[in-house]
Ligand binder design. Structure first.
Ligand code: HEM
Length: 412
């Protein structure tokens, strides 16, 4: 397959290259692809390449057909996993196909419903207040690194509350989660550790946590619910629990951190809209949605074709990788019109795909939105002046659309 060249022989940049996502003109390239090669073949150097699906309608089609496009057979990231790793990862909801997916998701769905999650609002506000009080103290000394030191602190605390993870363990969990998503960035990955080491250590912690919790009285948290629940007519064993725990922590950690840090950066780049939001907090729900569309935390998730098929006129062979390119679909002019490239907190409707679509639609969606709303409300309540003091730096990753550095000056 050499479809790297477009239908008219046009050459496109290598969109697998993580460097392109650091400071490349990614939205311009994706617009070009949407118009000229919307199901685009992208080779990879050490293994088979993938079909990058650029348009909103095509991405939603792939997402709603797990009978053709499997999450289980090859996982959800572009790099093929070793067979033992893949077997272990298939314990995650994210990497299950129906009917297994349905039997595992159903018992959890209730705990993640909007009204159940809504009960966490006061606790999330308390967590925000504590984090922002520490931020205010640090800000007296000068500019703070917002991404890691502020935004990164909330999600691990919130998932910690949800699962009943002891407070003293939460920083460690956060560190493992961050290691797991920084594998393509040499500066973050550091020497001698890989994405796998963070996940492995967290899995072991989760396994021991399950063993301990089975010996204790049940509590009012998700861990007790999972340990007592029936998944496909039997409870999860401790190894399955460990995979599930790892998934919840990693799914909810970096994505939420990105929503908060990229969200602030985008708001600061649109001072008029930030001022409107400050004055009228009823705009907050729409603002969080637009942040999610415009600065979507994940660039893509992958599927693998189970049979030969045709997508938007392009022949896809059984076994081919297919990437749902959320970053492109979220700016598809066919859905978002002429203003697709503009940030607008009043956008309505806003059918962005940042939480995926259909069967695997993000289980934590209500929690993520609540964290976004409460955090930005508290941030604006705490600080009357917020300024960016230097350029931000992006994580080198073709999957995580996050910031690793965002210097901010804050005044009460
Ligand atoms: C802004 C924050 C978040 C974003 C952008 C996000 C994004 C996503 C996306 C795109 C998917 C779909 C995957 C697919 O189709 O293959 C997903 C699934 C999932 N997310 Fe989130 N997520 C966020 C926050 C959270 C939180 C806070 C949690 C829980 C603590 C969570 C738990 C999950 C789980 C368990 C799944 C798998 C659902 C399934 O496969 O049925 N996410 N998320």
């Amino acid at each position: 397959m050499n479809a790297h060249a477009g239908p008219h022989g046009t050459r496109f940049p290598d969109i697998y290259d993580p460097d392109l996502y650091v400071d490349g003109p990614i939205h311009k390239i994706f617009t070009d692809l949407r118009h000229n090669d919307p199901v685009h073949w992208q080779p990879m150097s050490n293994e088979p390449g993938y079909w990058a699906v650029m348009g909103h309608a095509d991405v939603t089609h792939v997402a709603r057909r797990p009978d053709i496009y499997s999450a289980e057979i090859g996982g959800v990231v572009l790099e093929n996993m070793a067979p033992d790793q893949l077997a272990q990862a298939r314990n995650m909801l994210l990497m299950m196909d129906p009917p297994r997916h349905t039997t595992h998701r159903k018992p959890l769905a209730e705990s993640f419903q909007a009204k159940v999650i809504g009960q966490m609002q006061d606790r999330i506000r308390e967590l925000c207040t504590t984090i922002l009080a520490a931020t205010a103290e640090a800000a007296e000394q000068g500019s703070v690194e917002f991404s890691h030191a502020v935004a990164g602190r909330l999600p691990s605390q919130v998932v910690g509350e949800l699962l009943g993870i002891p407070e003293q363990d939460r920083d460690q969990i956060r560190e493992w989660a961050e290691q797991s998503t920084s594998g393509q960035d040499p500066e973050l990955a550091g020497e001698g550790y890989s994405a796998g080491s963070g996940l492995g250590a967290m899995g072991l912690y989760a396994y021991q946590f399950a063993v301990r919790r089975r010996q204790e009285e049940p509590k009012e948290d998700l861990t007790s619910l999972i340990l007592a629940g029936n998944f496909g007519e039997r409870p999860m064993d401790d190894i399955e629990f460990a995979s599930f725990f790892v998934q919840l922590v990693t799914a909810g950690n970096d994505t939420t951190k990105t929503m908060l840090s990229s969200g602030l950066e985008v708001l600061l780049a649109h001072p008029d809209q930030l001022a409107e939001l400050r004055a009228d907090r009823s705009l907050m729900t729409g603002a969080v949605e637009e942040i999610l569309r415009y600065a979507n935390p994940l660039h893509y998730f992958r599927r693998t074709a189970l049979s030969d098929t045709v997508l938007d006129g392009v022949a896809i062979a059984a076994g081919d990788k297919v990437a749902m390119m959320y970053t492109s679909a979220n700016r598809d002019e066919a859905v978002f019109g002429e203003t697709a490239q503009q940030f607008n907190i009043r956008r309505s409707p806003n059918p962005h795909l940042s939480f995926g679509f259909a069967q695997h639609f993000c289980l934590g969606v209500h929690l993520a939105r609540l964290e976004g709303r409460v955090f930005f409300n508290e941030l604006l309540n705490t600080f009357s002046s917020i300024e960016q003091t230097g350029p931000s730096r992006r994580i080198r990753s073709n999957l995580n659309n996050g910031l690793k550095h965002l210097p901010i000056m804050l005044r009460r």
